[in-house]
Design a protein around this ligand. Structure first.
Ligand code: CTP
Length: 481
C-alpha cells in the first residue's frame, strides 16, 4: 500500500513539495496525516510525479477510490497481542472502508468493547445470543455483509475451531456462515504455532483458500523466543489493502497453470561436520512472491535454503541446504515457464588448506588446538546463469541483485551477464533489507529501470505478480521500449 507520506517522501519531502506548490509545509503535513491529497492539488502533484518519474501516483488514487465500498469484518480473538488490533482499527478508520468488529470473550480480557466501540464509532459485537445484537445485525447479516474477514490476532483455539467447523460463539459462527475471503494473522506461543496439530489446522484452512499473514520471529510476552509474534499493525493493514485491491486484479489472470520455480533463502556451506558459513537472507521476499503466484493459480515450486521464516503453506516446498543441493534441485525441476532466482546463494564453499604440516580429517570437527587454519575457496555453480543459458531456458527468467554499492550499475551488469529478462535490485547495506518486512526495489529490464516506492514485501510480490501477468498477457513480453 502506498501512502501519501510515501509519495511526498519520493517527491523530495514536505518542504520541497510545499515550495513547489507555493503552499505552507503544514498543509502538506496535513495531507500526510489524513492520507489524502485535495482534489485541486492532484494535477500539480501528478506533474511533479512526472518530473520525478515516480509511478505510484496512479496506484495511490486508485487504492483510495477502490476502498470506498469495501466492507471489512475485523475479528479480534484473545491473546496479549489483542492490543495491537486497536492500531489496526485506527488505520482502517483513516480509509473509507466500512468496518464491523467482533471481539471474542477472551479478547475482552485484554481490550474492552467500549474502547473498540468508541474507536470504530459504532457498536462492536460480542455475543451470539444477544437479543439486542440479534435485532440490529445477527451473525448471518454480519457474515453476508463482509467482503473480507480479517482475524487479528487469531489464537490457536480459533484456528482449530475454524479448521474443524466448530461454531460455539459469535466469531466462529459468523466465520462458518461467511462466503467472504478470510485473512488470518495468528499469534501464539512458538511451541503452539509449530505443533503438528496447529500445522494441520492451518494447512486445512490454506487448502480452503484462507490467506495467512505469517507470525514473526521474536521475543514473546510469555518470555520465550521463536515464531509466533503478531506482525506490526501497519503490516497487517497493508496486507488487508492488498487483498482488497487484488480482488480486482485477478480478473485478467494469466497466471493460472503456469509453472514457476523460485529459489529462496540462504545456503549453508560446511566447513567441518559442525560448522558452516551462510548469510543473512530471511527468505521473506521470495516466500511472499511464491505465495502470491500460487494464490493466483500458478503451479509453484519453492526451493529454499534454511530460514527462520515460516514456510508458505499453499505450495510445493523443497528444503535444501547447500548451493550444490539447490543447484541440483532447481535443474531437476525444470522445465518451468518462469524461474525466479531470489536465493542468496553462497558463492563459494570453503575447505581447509591441507599440507604436510597441517592435516585435517574433514570427517571430524576441526579442533582449536590446530596450529593455524586457512581456507581455500571453491566456486559454487551459478544457478541463475545455468538456468538462463541452459537448454530448458524458461519463457521468463528473473534474478535479484543484492548490492551494497553501485546498485543500478551492478544490477544492469547482472541483467546482461546472467542473460535474464528482469532484475530486481535492492540495496542491502546496513541491514536494510535482510529480515525486514519491507523492501525498496528497482525493477530493471533491457530498456528501463523502474523505481518502486518502499513497500511491504507482500506488496512487492503483488506488483511483481502483476508484471508477470502482464508478460503472459502481452505474450511478446512486457519489455516495452
Ligand atoms: N545466483 C544464483 N546462483 C549463485 C549466485 C547467484 O542463482 N551461485 C542468483 C541469485 O539468486 C540472484 C542473482 O544470481 O538472482 C544475483 O545474485 P547476487 O548474489 O546478487 O550476485 P552474484 O552473482 O553472486 O555476484 P556478486 O556476489 O559478485 O555480486
Amino acid at each position: 500500500m502506498k501512502s501519501v507520506s510515501d509519495l511526498i517522501y519520493l517527491l523530495g519531502g514536505t518542504n520541497k513539495v510545499a515550495n513547489y506548490l507555493n503552499i505552507k509545509p503544514s498543509a502538506v503535513s496535513n495531507w500526510k496525516k489524513k492520507n489524502i491529497i485535495p482534489k485541486n492539488k492532484q494535477k500539480l502533484i501528478k506533474d511533479l510525479c512526472l518530473i520525478h518519474k515516480t509511478n505510484i501516483y496512479e496506484n495511490l488514487f486508485t487504492e483510495n477510490s477502490n476502498n470506498t465500498h469495501n466492507n471489512v469484518l475485523l475479528i479480534i480473538s484473545g491473546g496479549v497481542a489483542s492490543y495491537k488490533s486497536i492500531e489496526i482499527i485506527r488505520l482502517i478508520k483513516k480509509t473509507k472502508i466500512n468496518l464491523d468488529i467482533i471481539i471474542t470473550k477472551s479478547a475482552q480480557k485484554f481490550i474492552t468493547p467500549l474502547l473498540v466501540t468508541s474507536l470504530n464509532e459504532k457498536k462492536c459485537y460480542t455475543d451470539l445470543f444477544s437479543i439486542e445484537d440479534e435485532a440490529e445485525m445477527n451473525h448471518i447479516s454480519l457474515a453476508r455483509k463482509a467482503d473480507i474477514i480479517l482475524i487479528a490476532p487469531a489464537t490457536a483455539n480459533l484456528i482449530a475451531k475454524m479448521a474443524n467447523g466448530i461454531a460455539d460463539d459469535l466469531a466462529s459462527t459468523t466465520i462458518l456462515a461467511s462466503l467472504a475471503k478470510i485473512i488470518i494473522a495468528p499469534s501464539m506461543n512458538p511451541v503452539m504455532w509449530n505443533s503438528s496439530v496447529t500445522r494441520d489446522n492451518c494447512k486445512k484452512l490454506v487448502d480452503r483458500g484462507v490467506v495467512f499473514i505469517e507470525p514473526e520471529t521474536g521475543d514473546m510476552a510469555c518470555g520465550e523466543h521463536g515464531v509466533g509474534r503478531l506482525p506490526e499493525p501497519k503490516f497487517i493493514f497493508d496486507e488487508l489493502i492488498n487483498e482488497l485491491n487484488t480482488k480486482k486484479e485477478f480478473k485478467n489472470n494469466r497466471l493460472k497453470d503456469i509453472t514457476v520455480i523460485i529459489t529462496a533463502g540462504p545456503t549453508e556451506e560446511d566447513i567441518d561436520p559442525v560448522r558452516f558459513v551462510s548469510n543473512k537472507s530471511s527468505g521473506k521476499q521470495a516466500y511472499a512472491i511464491a505465495s502470491e503466484l500460487s494464490d493466483r493459480g500458478a503451479d509453484v515450486t519453492l526451493i529454499t535454503g534454511p530460514t527462520r521464516t515460516s514456510l508458505p503453506l499453499n505450495l510445493k516446498v523443497i528444503e535444501v541446504r547447500t548451493a550444490d543441493e539447490m543447484y541440483q534441485t532447481t535443474m531437476s525441476n525444470l522445465p518451468a515457464d518462469v524461474v525466479i532466482c531470489a536465493a542468496a546463494v553462497a558463492d563459494w564453499k570453503l575447505t581447509p588448506n591441507i599440507d604436510e604440516s597441517n592435516y585435517f580429517d574433514l570427517k571430524n570437527k576441526i579442533k582449536k588446538t590446530e596450529k593455524s587454519i586457512s581456507f581455500k575457496t571453491i566456486q559454487n555453480p551459478d544457478i541463475l546463469l545455468s538456468v538462463s543459458k541452459g537448454k530448458l531456458k524458461p519463457k521468463l527468467t528473473i534474478g535479484f541483485a543484492a548490492e551494497t554499492k553501485d546498485l543500478i550499475k551492478n544490477a544492469k551488469e547482472k541483467l546482461i551477464t546472467k542473460d535474464v529478462d528482469l532484475i530486481i535490485a535492492n540495496d542491502v547495506s546496513n541491514n536494510k533489507v535482510f529480515g525486514s518486512d519491507f523492501n525498496k526495489v528497482y525493477i530493471i529490464d533491457k530498456y528501463k529501470c523502474e523505481e518502486w516506492v518502499k513497500q511491504s514485501k507482500k506488496s512487492v510480490a503483488i506488483n511483481l505478480a502483476n508484471k508477470i501477468n502482464e508478460y503472459f498477457t502481452l505474450k511478446s513480453g512486457f519489455l516495452n521500449k
